[in-house]
Design a protein around this ligand. Structure first.
Ligand code: TUI
Length: 313
């Protein structure tokens, strides 16, 4: 399980940890990087100083490359771009919007590799044209803020549309999903939900248990009617949000219901009234493991899966 992505990013295995706001802290990122993948610190909506502390903490915990993920919805995106350049972080990943070329130019001039999460072919092409080094094609099986298309149809279309490496995201939690991603044309995978259930992840125990107990249809989507779909586990909050949408709540009132929800779930452990963002693969995550064990399983079983596919020989 080697690919050109490993050379691009200076990592052992083409596995990128999902940048999950509040969940993806320095401790998780460093553990994934130490295990041979690319660990990611999620800047979320945090200002520069808070992210600087996380970067410093990660540098204490690993000498391997790691990255920072920033949402283009964040009010601090520009200062996070500057911070990543100053700190010479190996990789910056943009998501939740289309990154202006000026940001990408600045990062590349500072020697930072730039990846862009995309939900469609058009945005992938735009990111490539603007100078991104690789694309993360994220299907709607993923947790959090999602697009319309599934991983199965998005990844091959993006792989055909761009020359730069494509990383598959959304619904990948084991070596079968990893092999499928490579079959679709990906050169790497991004895994989020499974890393929530790692020892090194600092999310509240209640959040981890909610993921572990989730069944196949428990990761639902709120906000479809307001044009801001978010996948999270079924609970009191997400059911209330769905009911409110069905009753035709205004966009403003709907957004208010979600404010602070992710922090309540991840930090406070409020599994009823917090936003338990997770992908559909939550149902496939059944235990807490170290990041090293998770990566060893993803990599170790990969060859077996690929060998089992040679049915016509
Ligand atoms: O960004 C994500 N997932 C996220 S961000 C997040 S934080 C949040 N908190 C509360 C409410 C909402 C979000 C939780 N999960 N994934 C990457 C991603 N990027 N998914 C979709 C996109 C995307 C969407 C539109 C990327 C580009 C894009 O471009 C739009 C345009 O028109 O340029």
């Amino acid at each position: 399980m080697k690919s050109e992505l490993c050379n691009l990013l200076g990592i052992q295995y083409p596995i990128i940890q999902g940048g999950m706001a509040w969940v993806s802290t320095a401790k998780l990122a460093a553990a994934v990087s130490n295990a041979g993948g690319l660990g990611i610190i999620a800047a979320g909506n945090a200002p520069k100083d808070a992210v600087r502390e996380q970067i410093a903490a990660a540098k204490q915990l690993t000498d391997k490359p790691f990255g920072v993920n920033v949402m283009l919805l964040s009010p601090y995106v520009e200062e996070i771009v500057d911070l990543v350049c100053e700190e010479k972080v190996a990789v910056l990943i943009f998501g939740a919007g289309s990154a202006p070329k000026s940001y990408i130019d600045k990062l590349k001039a500072a020697g930072v590799k730039v990846l862009h999460v995309v939900p469609s072919v058009a945005i992938a092409k735009k990111a490539e044209k603007n100078g991104a080094d690789a694309i993360i094609a994220e299907g709607g099986e993923a947790g959090g803020h999602i697009g319309e298309l599934t991983t199965m149809v998005l990844v091959p279309q993006v792989a055909d549309a761009v020359q730069i490496p494509v990383v598959a995201a959304g619904g990948i939690a084991d070596s079968r999903g990893a092999a499928a991603a490579f079959a679709l044309g990906a050169k790497g995978i991004q895994v989020g939900t499974r890393f929530i259930c790692s020892n090194e992840c600092e999310a509240h125990e209640n959040y981890k248990m909610a993921v572990i107990h989730a069944k196949d249809r428990d990761a639902i989507v709120t906000g479809r009617s307001t044009g801001h779909p978010v996948r999270c586990l079924k609970n009191k909050l997400s059911k209330r949000m769905l009911d409110a949408e069905a009753e035709g709540i205004s966009r403003e009132e709907f957004e208010k219901l979600g404010i602070g929800g992710l922090r309540r779930a991840v930090v406070d452990g409020d599994a009823d009234n917090g936003s338990l963002m997770a992908g559909q693969s939550a149902a496939m995550v059944t235990k807490i493991q170290s990041c090293q064990e998770i990566i060893d399983e993803l990599v170790g079983d990969f060859g077996k899966v690929v060998d089992s596919l040679k049915i016509y020989e």
